[in-house]
Write a protein that binds this ligand. Structure first.
Ligand code: HEM
Length: 181
């Protein structure tokens, strides 16, 4: 994945736990001399190793590291660094989710080699949607929960999320039912 993602983990750790802890995590993960660059491609294993080492050192489950990262991605990276892009997705969470299938095609204008997830959306009612998530990777379902949580805070729209389906082989499929309260 692009270094932007590893920089995101770096930001999450530094903002919440401090630079010394980040250095410890980087060292234990085997990347002490690496400076992550946003537009450089890194093997996916780098991202997964950083997340699992953070989990070990912080004593926080991997599930919660990924959820916190999803939330941070929307509320810090998305909102602060890609505000215009986030705004282009819509004015409400339902509108944003409806537009999500096209969202990463705009991301690809900036990061053309990104291997982004695919989304499909079914409108169930005015305040309820089914969000289908398809990824060529495995292990990022909890990241998705954090992203949805982040969007709910971003749009100030409390939501309940039901996890209706989960399939993980060498790819991942999840179905989330999102109801805006
Ligand atoms: C401005 C905001 C966003 C930017 C700049 C962005 C950009 C990216 C980039 C660069 C990647 C890495 C892909 C790669 O390098 O191969 C990625 C992955 C991903 N993005 Fe986004 N994204 C944004 C918002 C979102 C939102 C709102 C969602 C969903 C609600 C989302 C879901 C994901 C997921 C789940 C992945 C992990 C890859 C996978 O599942 O296979 N992103 N995104």
């Amino acid at each position: 994945m692009y270094g932007l993602v590893n920089q995101g983990i770096q930001g999450l750790i530094i903002d919440n736990y401090g630079a010394d802890i980040w250095e410890k995590i980087k060292e234990k993960a085997g990347f002490s001399n690496v400076t992550f660059l946003a537009s450089q491609l890194y093997d996916d294993s780098v991202t997964f190793t950083l997340a699992s080492t953070a989990s070990e050192i912080l004593g926080v489950s991997l599930e919660n590291v990924l959820k916190d990262f999803g939330k941070y991605w929307v509320l810090n990276i998305g909102k602060e660094k890609y505000g215009t892009l986030m705004k282009s997705g819509g004015d409400s969470i339902i509108q944003f989710l409806k537009n999500l299938p096209n969202f990463h095609s705009r991301v690809m204008l900036i990061y053309p080699k990104a291997e982004t997830p695919e989304f499909k959306v079914d409108i169930i009612s005015e305040n309820k949607i089914h969000l289908h998530y398809y990824s060529s990777r495995i292990g990022l379902t909890d990241f998705m929960f954090g992203l949805i949580d982040g969007l709910s805070i971003f749009f100030d729209a409390p939501c309940s999320v039901n996890h209706l389906k989960h399939t993980e082989t060498d790819t991942t499929y999840d179905l989330f039912e999102i109801t805006v309260q």
